[in-house]
Write a protein that binds this ligand. Structure first.
Ligand SMILES: [Zn+2]
Length: 353
């Protein structure tokens, strides 16, 4: 069964030889110079949505009848990383030590995949390149179960702490690692800790991605874009078009508040999360949920940190699986790529050039 799926995936890659991304992926997968990949390939949202539809046709990622789906589906995502990938705490180990640390991502992510199978949903997995190299079977298993594999970059560093070239190489490299593992294209990117900077979106597009999910529509420690548009939209950039999916927010006393992932999902009671989700859906938008494998494991190792961060990182870990189950029972969810295929052509287009 597994062999058959990989064969299907390879044939879909063969069908994409003329795709603009193919030039960047050819041969030994050398990293092209930043700024060159998309320079001559401006594309409309409709063209990209069609390309995605063609790319997933015949693979397990394809929804059975996405175009018949007139109801609103929300989007569920997992950032696939380990317990020691928390950012901006002095005790966080450098990448040179990661190999020597005990890992929890394998068991926790497999548990999540079983929950998704039980609920019969397909979701998007933003996989860290380092995790993909150390645990390639996790990526293959997720793809075999029909989930979308997307990129969380390789080294899990805050975007604005890297040069544009370093960032480009990090996310380009991760895309090729993931594509080599699953045999199909990778379309989406999410930045570590939703960190962005002024050259961020252009660089994500130049590295061959067609959507991003890194805008955090509220003030946060590691950046945040409180002035950005809050609903999914299309960015027209200088040399490309990029679909953007901000994290969902809901107004509380006139202030945008995140509720659909990470510490917010753990801190807020389930009825509040459900209420806010329904409000977002009533406004005509999907809820963009996100979660980490470590968050369903109350017993994973802890990094030493101050009390405030400790609360945010570890509060209510024992409630996450319960909330996850109820969210998936109530709200129909899909992947980013299938959302773009279904709704991409009607998304608002904004000029960022
Ligand atoms: Zn992360």
């Amino acid at each position: 069964m597994k062999k058959q799926n990989l064969q299907t995936s390879r044939s879909s890659i063969d069908a994409l030889k003329d795709h603009p991304w193919a030039a960047a992926n050819a041969g030994a997968r050398e990293i092209p110079t930043v700024g060159t990949v998309f320079a001559a390939v401006p594309q409309s949202p409709a063209q990209i949505a069609k390309r995605l539809k063609d790319a997933v046709r015949g693979t397990r990622l394809e929804e059975i009848s996405p175009t018949d789906d007139t109801g609103m589906k929300s989007i569920f995502s997992v950032d696939v990383e380990d317990w020691f990938h928390i950012l901006d705490v002095p005790s966080a180990p450098p990448i040179s030590e990661w190999d020597s640390l005990p890992s929890c991502v394998e068991g926790n992510f497999m548990r999540m995949l079983d929950i998704f199978s039980e609920k019969q949903v397909k979701i998007t997995c933003f996989v860290l390149g380092w995790v993909a190299q150390r645990f390639p079977h996790l990526v293959k298993e997720a793809a075999l179960r029909g989930h979308e594999i997307a990129s969380h970059g390789y080294s899990h560093r805050l975007t604005y702490q890297l040069s544009r070239k370093q960032f480009y190489e990090d996310i380009f490299r991760t895309r090729t690692i993931l594509e080599d593992l699953i045999g199909t294209q990778v379309f989406g990117y999410r930045a570590p800790s939703f960190s962005t900077t002024e050259w961020f979106f252009e660089t994500v597009a130049e590295a061959g991605y067609c959507y991003d999910a890194s805008v955090f529509h509220a003030v946060r420690e590691h950046g945040g874009n409180p002035n950005q548009v809050r609903e999914p939209h299309v960015m027209t950039l200088k040399n490309a078009v990029l679909f953007e999916f901000p994290t969902s927010v809901c107004d509380i006393l006139g202030k945008a508040m995140c509720f659909a992932g990470g510490g917010y999902l753990r801190i807020l009671p389930l009825p509040v999360i459900q209420h806010m989700s329904r409000k977002v859906i009533r406004s005509g938008n999907p809820v963009v949920f996100y979660i980490h494998p470590r968050e369903i494991d109350p017993h994973h190792p802890r990094l030493p940190m101050n009390g405030r961060r400790r609360f945010k990182c570890y509060v209510n870990l024992d409630t996450t699986e319960f909330k996850l189950s109820h969210i998936l029972d109530e709200f129909p969810v899909t992947t980013f790529v299938n959302y773009i295929i279904t709704h991409g052509q009607s998304m608002k287009v904004l000029d960022y050039a």
